[in-house]
Design a protein around this ligand. Structure first.
Ligand SMILES: [Zn+2]
Length: 359
């Protein structure tokens, strides 16, 4: 098959052997696949990524020196099944899938595996149980957005939110925008979206942000008071005793760059919850005593559950979430290396989709 292959640290278009569906797996023809920030991170930091996994005690199943075909945000068409696979969908059916496949070393993430090529190639194998059908009126491009938006759904599900919450989303890249969309779809707010880029702030507004802030112009944390969040724990306690409404600040960190977490800890209102969804690949520093003084709560989140994945597919299909403002470009496989360059620049595209049928 044709594929964009990460080989010897470069992205090249190459002809590689077709993958064959193993036990319990399904073979898909790729229709569309999103380029993820994690792909960019992995491309640049492949060795570091492997070391981090090893340190965390996870089995290291990838070899940075071997070929890898990225792509875990895909919409595909069922072609064939492997032995023992449950044949829930006819060949030709359009599907999305949680990007997991089970190999001899256990479950691997499709698109971050030497064994299981992702959607940057023409063919994908995943565990058949991971499939979800795509309704006819949902386009291939929209369907490819289910996976990245499910990341936002998970971050929102893992946060402690209720009708009194004030949500601030720091960083309006794909993760931050997905968080904004899920907050809106679940009825939480007000939603404050923070990004240096006017283009990204505008998209955040289209996805449901009530307030947008350019941190180059003003500190987002100057907004806590105006948003009705008490600025001291004592004040908050007093208000609670008087039976007054107590606004609860929740900050979603969706940047993943060293120093951002400390900036939030320093600026955020006391008693806040910080949900960390931005993937910082480098070591970072923060002052725990400051977090202690403010009695902050910190929560790190990753990926999604099958239920969250299905819920986002339904949100998109039923019109509660419009993912199209977040799709900023479409390329064929020959355009992927250029798309990586474009996406690595600040104030860049949000999500570039690889259309498998294009040159
Ligand atoms: Zn991703």
């Amino acid at each position: 098959m044709h594929a964009v292959v990460r080989r010897a640290g470069a992205l090249i278009c190459a002809e590689v052997p077709d993958p064959a569906p193993g036990q319990g797996q399904v073979l898909l023809r790729t229709l569309a696949c999103g380029i993820c920030g994690s792909d960019l991170h992995a491309h640049v930091h492949m060795e570091r990524r492997a070391r981090t996994h090893a340190k965390a005690g996870r089995p290291v199943v990838t070899d940075p020196a071997r070929d890898m075909i990225f792509g875990h945000e895909f919409c595909g068409q069922v072609l064939d099944y492997g032995p023992g696979a449950e044949r829930r969908f006819e060949p030709g059916a359009r599907v999305v899938a949680l990007p997991y496949a089970t190999g001899p070393n256990g479950r691997e993430t499709v698109g971050f595996s030497n064994r299981f090529p992702g959607g940057y190639g023409e063919l994908i194998c995943v565990d058949a149980g991971m499939l979800m059908p795509v309704p006819d009126h949902v386009s291939d491009h929209q369907a490819a957005m289910v996976e990245p938006f499910a990341v936002g759904a998970h971050a929102v599900a893992e946060a402690t939110l209720d009708a009194d919450s004030v949500a601030m989303v720091i960083g309006c890249g794909p993760v931050g925008l997905a968080v904004v969309a899920s907050l809106k779809a679940r009825g939480f707010g007000p939603i404050v979206a923070v990004d240096y880029s006017p283009g990204r702030r505008a998209i955040a507004e289209r996805l449901g942000a009530d307030v947008t802030i350019d941190p180059g112009q003003q500190s987002p944390h100057s907004q806590w008071g105006p948003l009705g969040v008490h600025l001291s724990l004592l004040e908050r306690e007093a208000a609670r005793e008087l039976g007054q409404r107590v606004r609860k600040p929740v900050v979603f960190e969706c940047v993943g760059v060293p120093g951002v977490l400390q900036g939030i800890i320093q600026g955020v209102a006391p008693g806040a919850q910080i949900v960390v969804a931005g993937v910082c690949m480098e070591e970072d520093r923060f002052e725990p005593s400051m977090a202690i003084n403010k009695q902050l709560q910190m929560r790190f989140v990753a990926a999604y559950t099958p239920a969250e994945f299905a819920a986002i597919l339904a949100d998109i299909a039923e019109g509660r979430i419009d993912v199209t403002p977040a799709i900023s470009g479409v390329v064929g496989r020959s355009g992927v290396a250029g798309a990586f360059d474009a996406l690595s620049k600040p104030d860049s595209d949000i999500k570039i989709i690889i259309e498998s049928g294009r040159a």
